[in-house]
Design a protein around this ligand. Structure first.
Ligand code: HAM
Length: 411
């Protein structure tokens, strides 16, 4: 809790305070993503931060790192086993069924908010982080996979994020993956003693997870495993080829990465990640069986989530176009009149500076980089006028309140 070096109270490990420029980047991303989503027919659905633990066990998978190691779980006072949500997709599927929205397919939903994973904190990896996600459910078509990818690529480019690279893959459906899993077992079982502890467990329960391992020795052993694309059915192969053609048609560059199986169990067919400087800033894919796991109809969906913290420092926030107007009463007698004027100003950033002598007040106006100072002394008060000073060129005008709004609008 207390830092040994500074003796100051610290936030919980892996969690950070959001304020200042980072808050501006967060808000900018959320505002732009909502606009981008709305222009493609998505609407916002925000689900609770706390869910039943089972929501993620049956979807993300018992053997995934997220559920087996990283979930923040607890039993509440009523004895229910709950967790802080580690991701948004399963929660949205749960909500579609809980809210009776299954009759309104196809659904295009977007969401943003905090996610929690108890992972080892490092560059771009936090225990509390924020995601912006999109889910398009009930309309399986390669056009929708490619459109979703293009929405995110265009969004990130429009926010000034450069160096984006897109990797895609297809992991097929349950049958193809079962064939692939037995092939992985066949190859790795003779070398089981060289596998890491986690991968030995996965070899039995979920061998595809081994391809995701960060252990160097596991990775070397995986080099001899043929790519998953060799095990796809003709139909799955064709679907993936169509997704790639759609991306080609709309000029989105990508590379195919056959090791991209992703760390969540619900994916089928398309998987993808968008990276900057080798760090994933967005991940997603298609899921055929997720909604039905929650008792909904058997319809497919495609979605992805952007990791907002990973974009901090990469988003350019334009300097506000709004002017900074300061209202300065000359003496204490002018304060109430000036306060009233201050409240009547709308549509711009404004500050009321009433403490100190005139020199101090003007210094504060300069420190705020004010564009316009509205100075109110006895003369202005008596004549119901305002002295408006252009802080950039020093010129002054005496105007009424309408004149002030005109000056703000044109400057
Ligand atoms: P995910 O790949 O686990 O997918 O997370 C999506 C993004 O969240 C990652 O690409 C990364 O930018 C960010 N992220 C993940 N973990 C952390 C962390 N510990 N700290 C900071 N950022 C992180 C999902 O969550 C899926 N629900 C995405 C999806 C939506 N698939 C279909 N629909």
């Amino acid at each position: 809790m207390l830092s040994k070096k500074t003796n100051k109270i610290q936030p919980v490990r892996g969690m950070k305070d959001l304020y200042g420029h980072e808050y501006k980047q967060y808000k900018m991303l959320v505002d732009c993503a909502v606009l981008a989503g709305e222009s493609h027919g998505f609407s916002v659905m925000n689900t609770p931060i706390i869910e039943h633990r089972d929501v993620f066990v049956k979807s993300v998978g018992e053997t995934s790192d997220i559920v087996s190691k990283e979930i923040y779980e607890f039993t509440d006072k009523g004895g229910d086993l709950l967790c802080l949500r580690p991701e948004g997709t399963a929660a949205v599927m749960r909500a579609i069924v809980s809210e009776g929205l299954t009759q309104s397919m196809p659904l295009k939903l977007m969401y943003y908010g905090e996610m929690f994973r108890y992972d080892r904190p490092q560059r771009g990896r936090y225990r509390q982080f924020r995601q912006f996600g999109f889910e398009h459910i009930g309309d399986k078509s390669p056009y929708n996979d490619a459109t979703l990818i293009s929405i995110v690529m265009n969004l990130l480019e429009s926010l000034g994020v450069s160096g984006l690279s897109l990797c895609i893959n297809s992991i097929g459906g349950q049958e193809s993956r079962a064939r692939y899993a037995s092939e992985i077992r066949k190859i790795l079982e003779p070398k089981i003693s060289f596998l890491s502890h986690d991968s030995r467990i996965r070899l039995d329960k979920n061998p595809l997870r081994i391809l995701d391992s960060k252990d160097k020795c596991d990775q070397d052993l995986c080099a001899s495993i043929p790519p998953i694309t060799d095990y796809l059915s003709d139909q799955e192969r064709e679907y993936f080829a169509n997704v790639c053609s759609c991306l080609d048609t709309i000029n989105i560059n990508y590379s195919i990465d056959t090791s991209l199986v992703r760390g969540l169990d619900y994916y089928t067919d398309t998987t993808f990640e968008i990276k900057v400087d080798n760090l994933a800033v967005c991940g997603g894919g298609r899921y055929d069986n997720l909604l039905s796991e929650f008792g909904g109809p058997s319809v497919s969906g495609v979605g992805c989530a952007i990791g907002i913290e990973r974009l901090f420092g990469l988003i350019s926030v334009p300097e506000t176009l709004r002017k900074i107007v300061v209202v300065i009463p000359v003496s204490d007698h002018d304060i109430m009149y000036a306060y009233n004027v201050f409240h009547s100003i709308t549509g711009t950033r404004k500050e009321f500076i009433h403490i100190g002598d005139m020199k101090k007040k003007m210094q504060k106006a300069n420190k705020l980089c004010a564009d316009i100072a509205v100075i109110i002394g006895e003369t202005e008060r008596q004549s119901s006028t305002l002295c408006v000073k252009n802080m950039k060129d020093g010129s002054q005008e005496i105007v009424d309140s309408i004149g002030l709004m005109n000056i703000i609008d044109r400057s």
